[in-house]
Design a protein around this ligand. Structure first.
Ligand SMILES: [Zn+2]
Length: 485
């Protein structure tokens, strides 16, 4: 398995450190609103990574944290607490807000066929451990206290910023960094956010540094170590975490451990989803949620298919046409699968090879799938291999079943658990992408006719007719029209 490690910015061979079990931590949501589809890319990516590791025959222990302590915004130490603001806006308690959006988050993960994490630690349940962690940092001289709380002293960490390639002296000077009175360096960050005089937070805890709340970065260090051990294999998150949140997690964790070893060996980051030209952020106006896509007639797994059509380290431009195209591709694969009958249960490369053993062509395709997913999770290539192998008709039916099941396992797309009707396009959604699918089917049928494969040509005509397309063969080639209901 080859993975791109943000620490060092290069592709490296991956093996778990111990026991054949990969310990994986993914930064989770702050639960004050519905996740927008850009946020969901991070969890789909982490799930793809997890499925690839399982495919290689390892076990995985996965943690996704739930940030139910509201923090202002990622970069800000001061200012209003977002969960408290949401509670005030929606006239609910902070606990109700956090619970409601946590459940909504789980529903999104389920709809995207994301394997449940083994642990979903809530930050509010680890505050004592966070205070103990911060006390040890203070005891070791890595922290100082100012009126707004306890701050990590980044000047004490000679390796500070390595992950983010942060130019401590220069880059951050120009960035939009808030002024915190008494803070010694702009890179120093809050371990504990003390209440301002007269302020009483809705969520507050007593600490050696007064009443207040833990810093945002602290929770991931503390909860990951509690659940996965002091050192673990892989930490994931959106690429926006690479410059700050993960830099700070590393600084405080390595100061806390003090053993001279890297805290986590592999750091993997997914790129953004672009909507129009702007990065999708919760603060940038109306949010596009998975539920909203469903209202527009899209299946949640069409969105998963759309994401898998791009490499996780490439920015992806979200368009309705692109999503409709992904849904049309998914629909075709579901139809093909339905014609194959029941798929075997396949989870790993070893199982797939064993099941395909009588069919050397299928073994070769399985190996191509493996090479693609092992090359830093090249999901577009996995999809291409699957589609080519079904199109070329070189595989036996059994071989096609094994290849389809193996691809489904790697991609997290349960082709045989879906009906074509689940992914029918809504009328208003017929688009250029559907046109492209029709063109492709017609071209395939022409190829089958040229090869005098009449059964296949008939099957493709039937498939077109299911799409509402009527085909007429003329001396100059086929023409088609849409069957009007
Ligand atoms: Zn985190």
């Amino acid at each position: 398995m080859r993975l791109y490690n943000s620490l060092g910015r290069r592709i490296e061979d991956f093996e778990p450190a111990t026991d054949n079990v990969v310990k994986l931590y993914s930064c989770g949501p702050t639960v004050y609103s519905f996740a927008h589809i850009g946020n969901l890319r991070a969890y789909t990516f982490a799930d793809t990574l997890r499925r690839a590791l399982l495919w290689k025959g390892w076990q995985v222990e996965h943690v996704i944290n739930i940030t139910d302590v509201g923090h202002a915004v990622a970069e800000a130490e001061l200012g209003d607490d977002k969960i408290e603001l949401a509670a005030a806006r929606e006239r609910r308690s902070v606990e109700e807000i956090a619970e409601m959006y946590t459940q909504a988050f789980f529903a999104d993960l389920d709809a995207l066929n994301i394997l449940p994490a083994h642990h979903y630690p809530r930050a509010t349940q680890y505050v004592d451990a966070m205070i103990a962690f911060a006390e040890r940092l203070a005891d070791r001289g890595f922290a100082y206290e100012i009126p707004s709380g306890l701050y990590f002293d980044t000047s004490k960490d000679p390796g500070y910023g390595r992950l983010g390639l942060v130019d401590v002296g220069g880059q951050l000077e120009g960035a939009r960094v808030e002024q915190v009175p008494g803070r010694r360096a702009k890179t120093d960050f809050a371990l504990w956010r003390a209440e301002a005089p007269g302020q009483i937070r809705a969520m507050r805890w007593d600490s050696p540094w007064g009443w207040g709340a833990p810093g945002w970065h602290l929770e991931c260090s503390v909860m990951s170590m509690k659940l996965l051990g002091e050192h673990f294999d892989i930490h994931t998150g959106g690429v926006d975490h690479r410059q700050l949140h993960h830099v700070n997690e590393i600084a405080q964790s390595e100061a806390y451990l003090g053993d001279g070893r890297p805290w986590v060996r592999f750091w993997l980051h997914n790129e953004f989803l672009q909507l129009g030209a702007a990065k999708m952020a919760k603060s940038a106006g109306p949010v596009l949620t998975l539920q909203e896509l469903q209202k527009q007639g899209f299946h949640p797994l069409a969105y998963r298919m759309f994401l898998l059509g791009g490499h996780y380290r490439a920015q992806l431009e979200f368009t309705t046409d692109g999503l409709a195209g992904a849904q049309a591709t998914l629909r075709r694969l579901i139809r093909r699968t339905a014609a194959l009958g029941r798929l075997p249960s396949v989870g790993t490369l070893g199982e797939a090879r064993a099941l395909a053993s009588d069919d050397s062509a299928a073994v070769a395709v399985i190996d191509q799938l493996d090479q693609a997913i092992s090359a830093d999770l090249n999901t577009p290539r996995v999809l291409a291999v699957l589609q080519e192998s079904l199109r070329d008709a070189v595989l036996s039916e059994h071989g096609q079943r094994v290849v389809t099941a193996a691809s489904g396992a790697v991609l997290g797309l349960p082709f045989d658990r879906l009906e074509p009707a689940d992914v029918e396009p809504a009328a208003e959604q017929l688009s250029q992408s559907d046109q492209a699918v029709v063109d492709e089917l017609i071209a395939e049928r022409e190829a089958a006719r040229t090869a005098r494969d009449w059964a296949r040509a008939d099957a493709l005509r039937a498939e077109l007719s299911e799409l509402g397309v009527q085909l007429t063969d003329t001396p100059t080639g086929p023409v088609w029209s849409r069957i009007t209901p």
